[in-house]
Design a protein around this ligand. Structure first.
Ligand code: RP5
Length: 164
């Protein structure tokens, strides 16, 4: 029996991006969505990026989550190489707090969109949720899990502020 393809590819420019990108992975785990995570750098491993983009459709990915920091070309380059939707996560940087990453990922030219999230951990977690929302369009079981996740989050918010 052939195995179902992994629907989500998480890629990041460096090992140092993993603590941020793990937030996306943790969200996918929480929602029961299979993924693979790889280090693919636009600058340090351009051939790896090219191979990944060239084979992504055939490998059955439905969404790619790409995180990078600084001169963060990875999400945009991946979007130029595959029609699979790319969700970009700007990783926070020491020098410019991730605004460099944000602008690098956000300002794509017409024709090659990247769905850009917020800077850092919240953006990575939201990338997981965005991927879940896309996949849930075709998967009613996942849609129910995502609805429950959202309802649980709402229910966890207290009505009144606490002094503790
Ligand atoms: C980018 O450079 C990576 O995405 C990372 O955010 C940043 C710094 O990489 P390291 O020097 O920590 O490997 O390509």
């Amino acid at each position: 029996m052939t195995q179902a393809p992994i629907p989500v590819g998480i890629i990041m420019g460096s090992q140092s991006d993993w603590p941020t990108m793990k937030e996306a992975a943790d969200m996918l785990d929480a929602l029961g969505i299979p993924y693979e995570a790889k280090i693919v750098s636009a600058h340090r491993t351009p051939d790896r990026l090219w191979d990944y983009g060239k084979t992504a459709v055939d490998r059955g990915f439905q969404v790619i989550i790409a995180g990078a920091g600084g001169a963060a070309h990875l999400p945009g380059m991946m979007a130029s190489k595959t029609r699979i939707p790319v969700i970009g996560v700007p990783v926070q940087t020491k020098a410019l707090s991730g605004v460099d990453s944000l602008y690098s990922i956000l300002q794509m030219p017409r024709g090659y969109p990247v769905a850009t999230m917020a800077i850092g951990a919240a953006g990575a977690a939201n990338a997981g949720l965005m991927a879940a929302g896309i996949l849930a369009l075709q998967d009613s079981d996942l849609a129910a899990r995502l609805d429950k996740w959202r309802a649980d989050l709402s229910a966890s918010i207290p009505q009144e502020p606490s002094n503790d």
